[in-house]
Design a binder for this molecule. Sequence first.
Ligand SMILES: Cc1cc2nc3c(=O)[nH]c(=O)nc-3n(C[C@H](O)[C@H](O)[C@H](O)COP(=O)(O)OP(=O)(O)OC[C@H]3O[C@@H](n4cnc5c(N)ncnc54)[C@H](O)[C@@H]3O)c2cc1C
Length: 297
Amino acid sequence: MVAPHPSEPRRSVSLREYTTWKVGGAAAWFAEPAHQDELIAHAAWAAASGLPFRCIGAGSNLLIADSGLEGLTLCNRRLQGSRLDAAEGWVEAEAGEPIPTLARKAARSGLHGLAWAVGIPGTVGGAVVMNAGAQGGCTAEWLVSVRVLDPRRPEVPFDLDAGDLAFAYRHSRLQEEPLLVLSARFRLEPGHDPQVLTARTSANLHSRTSTQPYQQPSCGSVFRNPEPLKAGQLIESLGLKGLSVGDAQVSPIHANFIVNTGAATAADIDALIRLVQQRVLESRGVRLHPEVKRLGF
Ligand SMILES: Cc1cc2nc3c(=O)[nH]c(=O)nc-3n(C[C@H](O)[C@H](O)[C@H](O)COP(=O)(O)OP(=O)(O)OC[C@H]3O[C@@H](n4cnc5c(N)ncnc54)[C@H](O)[C@@H]3O)c2cc1C
C-alpha cells in the first residue's frame, strides 16, 4: 500500500509530534502543504465541505486537547523559503519558515533587526499571529505586511499592512480573526557587519538556553507578564517551582515554563495552569492570563 503524501489531507493524525509540549489528541483531518497553492486548495476543500479549519506552525505555543480537533488542521512547517535583499534591507518569508532560520539568514547578510528571534522555536506565521518577541525586540517592530487568506474566500489571498494588525504585547488581530498567514515581509536595517550580527545572534541564543529549560518539552512562557510584574518571579516567589500534576511540572529552572517530564497529558498541563493561576490569585491578588493558545478545550 502506498502511504498518502503529507501534502494530502489524511484522517485521524496524532498531533503530539506537532507540538513542542508533545501532548494532544488527533486531528480529524490533517495535511502539511509544501506550497501556498496546496494550502489554498485545502482551505477551499474545507470551506466547501463545511469543515472547521485552522493552521498551526511549529506548535510551540499550543495546548491541544487530548480529545483532539475536529475538521481540518493544516501544519505550515513545510511551507518554507525566503527572499532577501541585503542592499535594500527587506526580507520576505513563507509562513512556515522557522523564525530562527530567518534571523540567522538576516544576520549573515548584514541585516539588523531579527537577532532577538533566534531562540524562539516557532514559524514566521506563528510569530506574526503571536507578535512573538524576546530580549527587547518583537515581530511588530520590523514587520511591513503579511499576505493572508480568508478561509471563507480562499481563492483570493490579499495583503494587510502591519499597521492594520492591532499589534500589542503578544497580541495581534489575527488571534481573533480566522485569517491564515501565507507569508510576511520585514523591513530590516542594511549595511551592518555580518560577523558582528552573527556573533550577537549566537550570544542571544546562548543566554536563553542557559537560563531556560530548552532540553525538555515545553511551550516557553505559559503566562503573559502582568506588567510591570513578571509572571515567572510571582510564581517563583510562592515556591511553586517543581509543583506537578501528573508529568506536568512547573520547571525548577524557570517558573513561567511548564515542562512535560515524560508522559504528561494536555489535561495534566491544563490542570497545572489552573492550579498556578489559583495560587497566584489567592496569595498575590494577581490574575495570570495564559500566553499559550488552547485548541479543542
Ligand atoms: C522553548 C520555547 C521558548 C519560547 N520563547 C519565546 C519567546 O521568547 N518569545 C515569544 O514570543 N514566544 C516564545 N515561545 C512561544 C512560541 O515559540 C511563539 O509564540 C511562536 O511565535 C509560535 O509560533 P508557532 O509557529 O509555533 O505557532 P503555533 O504554536 O503553531 O501557533 C500559535 C497560534 O498561531 C496560529 N498560527 C500559527 N501559524 C499560523 C498561520 N500561518 N496563519 C494563521 N494562524 C497561525 C495558531 O493557530 C495558534 O493560534 C517559546 C516557545 C518555546 C517552546
